[in-house]
Design a protein around this ligand. Structure first.
Ligand SMILES: Cc1cc2nc3c(=O)[nH]c(=O)nc-3n(C[C@H](O)[C@H](O)[C@H](O)COP(=O)(O)OP(=O)(O)OC[C@H]3O[C@@H](n4cnc5c(N)ncnc54)[C@H](O)[C@@H]3O)c2cc1C
Ligand SMILES: *[C@@H]1O[C@H](CO)[C@@H](O)[C@H](O)[C@H]1NC(C)=O
Ligand SMILES: *[C@@H]1O[C@H](CO)[C@@H](O)[C@H](O)[C@H]1NC(C)=O
Ligand SMILES: *[C@@H]1O[C@H](CO)[C@@H](O)[C@H](O)[C@H]1NC(C)=O
Length: 538
């Protein structure tokens, strides 16, 4: 087996690059991160992290310190000003704004009228500002061995069949070359690497320029717990969002450049009074854009995060969250190839799995209230898909699964999928040492796990694992751990007492068998070779 000592080079140390570094380092892959800036961006940008993202961070050892309350539905208030006249509220889910009069209709999309919300995750979403999350990711990635270098601007890249070479320039203008095995381009929406590779993008495209001001002011006494506002006055149209730590961003929908005085005046106008102190922290200008790259891979170079798909900020959190999910998908595959366990074929599954996710999210943004106005006739966006289905139930169709077919819907809720290969392992509770823990915590995030209830599989797994370079473990309910509800495994995964489910290192179901087959070891070995792209050992 050839073990490559060449590092994976990650370009960009923002959310996605740092998440990539943490995932790679957790798989013990040597990793170098190159970032052109000296520090973390002062403007925090993202704040909403989804339950699925928090599951990924949980599996990497990061605790969710600010979980959203259980039935939390992020509401945006449409107001004249915060202390002025209030109109309707809307949630991300809505296709229209809501009002007292259409509350009845609303119940269909907001809290489910028929009983408690189904539990799809052990985690809740989290409201942590991007500039507070990045140092946490960076510290942990460094602790696990990632080499993160700042003030290192990548100016050119080169690749051959053997590896990659990156040329970097430091703050003094000195250049040097760094060799690696692969590149993850997490260099943002204007990705230089994507441009160098001449990879085009398609989608709704540019929508508008936005100028924002980040400020600190004690306005929470007037906001009634609402963290997002649409401000609508004849001479001020803006969006006001809280970073939940005393900081707020006011984003102007016009294209006017404002000086500090004008900014202060606009903040007072948005709040509807001026008897409070305002500290202006910084300003920003950015474009509202929706574009997805035509390909996510060119040889040894992979695009991830905004470099691969720039999705406008939305309350479903598709922007940064989608990028974090990209690198979580990619890291274990690179690790498997670099350690000689999997053949390079597994790397083709990255684009096959992640690009359709980005495309569907792109389209779904424009079916919802926030961006409906930007929908143009040339781009029919289709039907709105349920939020839980979008978050937990977007299916992957690639060579990494046995038992999928192209005719399946692109997203459904986990209980509707019922253990379908290509989808994320559903959340169930198990009891371990007298404590209730989610199945997620017992899966092997470095290797593969075969879950079952029947003792027949334990010996099968042992014999297959012994003969294979792929790390495979058995987890048997009713033996290794107890199910909290007896029927949960069979119900959630759609198998019988003798069936089994094979789960990938990233928590996706790669294969399932409803009943014990006649030659289980032979079948499992064959399936594992297929779905893991097991490298042939000569
Ligand atoms: C105002 C605003 C609010 C947002 N809110 C949300 C939200 O609530 N939820 C959400 O999910 N998303 C949100 N987003 C989107 C989110 O911020 C982005 O999706 C996310 O930051 C993308 O991360 P990234 O790491 O892919 O790219 P970026 O954050 O753009 O980072 C790219 C990094 O690469 C570095 N770099 C670029 N070129 C080079 C080079 N040649 N050499 C070395 N380094 C280089 C850059 O300096 C930068 O650090 C928001 C975006 C904006 C603008
Ligand atoms: C609130 O919603 C109702 C029903 O959709 C609509 O008629 C009304 O104009 C809205 N009010 C405001 C202030 O937007
Ligand atoms: C909007 O939300 C606020 C805060 O929860 C609430 O006080 C207000 O009544 C809501 N408005 C409507 C129209 O539902
Ligand atoms: C794209 O990147 C540029 C440069 O980093 C930034 O100024 C801009 O705000 C970004 N746009 C979006 C939509 O994130």
């Amino acid at each position: 087996m050839s073990i490559s000592q060449q590092p994976v080079i990650v370009v960009g140390a923002s959310l996605v690059g740092l998440s990539a570094a943490l995932c790679l380092a957790s798989h013990k892959v040597p990793t170098i991160v190159l970032e052109k800036h000296g520090g973390i961006s002062k403007h925090p940008r993202a704040i909403g992290f989804t339950a699925r993202t928090m599951e990924i961070y949980r599996s990497l050892g990061i605790e969710n310190k600010d979980p959203a309350p259980e039935d939390f539905v992020l509401q945006r208030a449409h107001v004249e000003s915060v202390t002025g006249k209030w109109g309707n509220n809307s949630s991300w889910s809505d296709t229209e704004t809501t009002s007292e009069t259409n509350k009845q209709k609303n119940l269909k999309t907001l809290p489910k009228p028929d009983g408690p919300k189904k539990e799809y995750s052990v985690e809740q979403g989290s409201a942590i500002p991007q500039d507070k999350l990045e140092p946490i990711l960076e510290a942990l990635a460094r602790k696990r061995g990632a080499d993160i270098r700042r003030q290192q601007k990548v100016i050119s890249i080169d690749q051959s069949t053997k590896g990659v070479t990156v040329t970097v320039q430091d703050a003094q203008g000195d250049q040097r070359q760094i060799k690696g095995s692969y590149i993850i381009a997490a260099d943002g929406n204007r990705s230089m690497i994507r441009e160098l590779l001449q990879i085009p993008r398609h989608g709704r495209g540019f929508m508008q320029n936005l100028h924002s001001v980040l400020f600190r002011a004690p306005i929470e006494k007037w906001t009634k717990g609402i963290v997002q506002f649409d401000i609508e006055q004849t001479d001020l149209k803006a969006f006001l969002a809280s970073y939940s730590d005393g900081r707020w961003a006011l984003m102007f929908k016009d294209d006017i450049q404002r000086n500090e005085n004008a900014l202060r005046k606009a903040i007072y106008q948005a709040i509807g009074r001026s008897d409070f102190p305002v500290e202006i922290i910084t300003t920003g200008s950015w474009e509202l854009t929706a574009l997805v790259a035509d390909t996510f891979r060119c040889g040894r170079i992979f695009l991830a995060g905004d470099a691969a798909h720039t999705l406008p900020p939305n309350r479903g959190g598709y922007g940064a969250n989608t990028g974090i999910h990209d690198v979580h998908n990619l890291a274990w595959k690179l690790s498997a190839v670099l350690s000689g366990k999997s053949s390079e074929g597994i790397l083709d599954t990255y684009e096959a799995e992640r690009r359709p996710v980005a495309l569907l999210r792109h389209d779904q943004i424009f079916v919802r209230a926030d961006y409906k106005v930007h929908l143009d006739a040339a781009m029919p966006a289709g039907e709105k898909i349920d939020d839980d289905a979008m978050e937990f139930g977007q299916i992957y169709l690639s060579g990494g699964f046995v038992g999928t077919d192209g005719g399946l819907p692109r997203a459904m809720k986990p209980d509707e999928w019922n253990g379908q290969p290509g989808t994320l392992s559903p959340h169930i509770w198990v009891a371990k040492d007298g404590e209730r823990v989610p199945l997620l915590d017992l899966l092997d995030h470095e290797g593969w796990t075969l879950i079952s209830e029947s003792g027949a599989w334990s010996g099968v797994v042992a014999s297959v694992a012994k003969e294979s370079s792929i790390s495979l473990r058995a987890l048997r309910f009713g033996h290794d751990v107890e199910l909290v509800r007896q029927q949960d495994f069979q119900d959630a995964f759609g198998v019988s007492h003798t069936g089994a489910v094979l789960i990938r290192p990233d928590g996706y179901i790669s294969w399932r068998v409803r009943e014990l087959p006649s030659n289980p070891a032979g079948i499992l070995d064959e399936v594992l070779a297929t779905v893991s792209f097991r490298a042939r050992v000569f």
